[in-house]
Design a protein around this ligand. Structure first.
Ligand code: GDP
Ligand code: ZN
Length: 293
């Protein structure tokens, strides 16, 4: 039986992309007994009734499941930051990175609005860029206005399911529109008039861009460390996670423990001081978190 990916769910129909065809499917099959509700992003087996319609027979096991927007099997988050308007913020970047890493989703950092920077400002930003690249993060610099750097972003999208993430106003919709010009996405300015509930009724759709699938609704809007454990936090800082076995104590929180490899690395500037400071701040937030029951 043929297979495909659900790219849209609406009014009881699932739209399954199989190659270049989209088949409008209804649910049927064993997954219904197991109470699985098919999600956008699911890989499915379907039975074709004719060229355009069919039935979903089976939903493959998911590798992950995002809640907002509801998408299964997300490979990566394209984390959009503006170089200016609003200014680049490394603490906000680290906050997003931790949230994304803790969901075991690969982040790709994309700094946009580069056209707004002077040469001097570009130089200043490149210090951060070098730091994050050294940690191992993919980071691209681009502008939706001049289209510089977009060619560096596109190869990352190919063959993957991606979700854009980032603060409102950083340029996510502009970026999506720039890489897929025939799209007419709502920009934040229009949708913000609808108020806070705007995402509750809105359905998510995956858009086929450069042989990859990109969610038309941004994710990771909640930036609290709701469920993250203090002991797990340093796993979300790859340069600290790499030193995990070098600290004297197992489960070292890299605070005041003796013979801490992370603190040593900060002291000799192998780990940027600001990354460690952000780690400490997030750790405190986790410790201050109110119990949820
Ligand atoms: P979103 O809320 O993240 O989707 O941000 P938008 O795409 O709606 O962009 C917010 C504002 O930034 C809009 O006024 C855009 O015109 C502007 N903008 C977006 N990308 C760029 C860019 O690369 N260069 C410049 N100069 N402005 C941009
Ligand atoms: Zn340590």
């Amino acid at each position: 039986m043929p297979e495909g990916k659900i790219i849209k769910a609406l009014s009881g129909f699932y739209y399954v992309l199989d190659g270049h065809q989209i088949i409008q499917c209804r649910g049927r099959g064993v997954f219904r007994k197991n109470k699985i509700t098919p999600l956008v992003g699911d890989s499915v087996v379907y039975q074709a009734e004719n060229e355009r319609e069919g039935y979903i027979m089976e939903v493959y096991e998911r590798k992950n499941e995002l809640i907002r927007p509801p998408i299964a099997n997300v490979d990566q988050a394209i984390l959009v930051f503006s170089a200016k308007e609003p200014d680049f913020s490394s603490i906000l970047l680290d906050r997003f990175l931790v949230i994304i890493e803790s969901n075991e989703i690969n982040p790709i950092i994309c700094i946009t609005k580069m056209d707004l920077l002077t040469d001097e400002e570009r130089l200043k930003l490149s210090d951060y860029v070098n730091d994050y690249r050294k940690i191992g993060y993919e980071i691209t610099l681009s502008s939706s206005k001049t289209e510089e750097g977009l060619d560096k972003l596109l190869p990352h999208i190919k063959g993957k399911i991606s979700v854009f993430a980032g603060q409102s106003g950083v340029g996510k919709s502009s970026l999506l529109n720039a890489i897929k010009p025939d799209l007419e996405l709502k920009t934040s300015h229009i949708s913000s008039h609808l108020g806070r509930g705007k995402h509750t009724t809105r359905h998510v759709e995956l858009i086929d861009i450069e042989n990859g699938l990109v969610a038309d609704t941004p994710g990771f809007s909640a930036l609290e460390f709701d469920t993250l454990e203090a002991e797990y936090l340093s796993n979300c800082f790859p340069e600290m996670a790499a030193l995990r076995n070098d600290c004297k104590f197992r489960g070292c929180l890299h605070l005041n423990e003796p013979k801490c490899a992370v603190k040593d690395a900060v002291a000799n500037e192998e780990i940027p001081r600001y990354r460690y400071d952000h780690y400490l701040q997030f750790l405190q937030e986790i410790k201050d978190r109110k119990p949820r029951y």
